[in-house]
Design a protein around this ligand. Structure first.
Ligand code: ADP
Ligand code: ADP
Length: 240
């Protein structure tokens, strides 16, 4: 059962020269059709500039396609107004390479932020934050600020915040690229638990093949805006 469907999706950006005049367009995503099924950990791999971020940012309509359609959890999102996107965006969490935490908020306040936006009652917020802190193993760090945490701990806060409103989908954009190999393995193990225990479908952008091999079941290889290879991780990376 597909939870995300791209159908002939094209995304072009206007390209500008030094003087500000137009110099045509860049085709960041070039006729991509792709189904991502419930329960997948779907790796999107490729070099810098291949179009991975642009593709994934169309799932929560941070980018809109130039043509084609994007359907998420049964709703076409590509043309949807910002107000109608809100309930869908609540079902999609996102984590980033640089974590994107609020430096002036504590760990608990960072995790509570989406709940505040969603007008949860304060006592429900506190209960949910404690659950999430336990899930990511950061209860002892609840009142610390991001600057007092290691990179791996920061990403665990990012994951807890992304999960706060119980999303069905988690988008991870180079989520382990700023981490050393040991911390990367820890964060990947946590993402595996998010997938297996919480049933969250994960779309994972990376330029690191070993990351895909460690946790993904499916992989698409992007190059110059196109998917040039795709399938089960085992088949795509099988030894020749
Ligand atoms: P059509 O072009 O007839 O509208 P689709 O848009 O459904 O067909 O798909 C375009 C192509 O992409 C088809 O060949 C389809 O099999 C392929 N495709 C879509 N999603 C996947 C996937 N997850 N894995 C492999 N192939 C896929
Ligand atoms: P990746 O995530 O694989 O590194 P991106 O999706 O970031 O690739 O970029 C794909 C192409 O689109 C690149 O040529 C990039 O320069 C271009 N691009 C991305 N975002 C923008 C933007 N906001 N404006 C113009 N061009 C962009």
């Amino acid at each position: 059962e597909a939870v995300i469907t791209f159908d002939h999706v094209v995304k072009e950006y206007r390209r500008r020269g030094g003087g500000g005049q137009e110099h045509g367009t860049t085709r960041a995503v070039d006729d991509v059709s792709l189904d991502i099924n419930a329960g997948d950990i779907y790796g999107i791999i490729g070099y810098s500039g291949a179009g991975k971020s642009t593709l994934v940012r169309m799932i929560n309509a941070l980018e809109r396609p130039t043509s084609g359609s994007v359907t998420v959890l049964g709703t076409r999102v590509d043309q949807l107004s910002e107000s109608k996107l809100r309930p869908i965006r609540q079902k999609i969490g996102m984590i980033f390479q640089q974590f994107n935490l609020f430096s002036t908020k504590t760990v608990a306040q960072n995790i509570a932020y989406p709940l505040q936006l969603d007008h949860w009652r304060k006592d429900y917020q506190d209960k949910r934050v404690d659950e999430l802190l336990d899930f990511v193993g950061l209860r002892a760090h609840k009142d610390k600020y991001p600057s007092q945490l290691s990179g791996g701990q920061k990403q665990r806060v990012g994951i807890a915040r992304a999960l706060a409103t119980n999303p069905k989908i988690l988008l991870a954009d180079e989520a382990t690229s700023a981490l050393d190999p040991e911390t990367t393995a820890e964060v990947l193990a946590l993402l595996k638990r998010v997938n297996e225990q919480l049933g969250v479908t994960i779309v994972l952008i990376t330029h690191q093949m070993n990351v895909v091999q460690q946790i993904a079941n499916k992989v698409a290889v992007m190059s110059a805006g196109k998917i040039v290879e795709r399938g089960d991780v085992y088949d795509v990376f099988a030894a020749p």
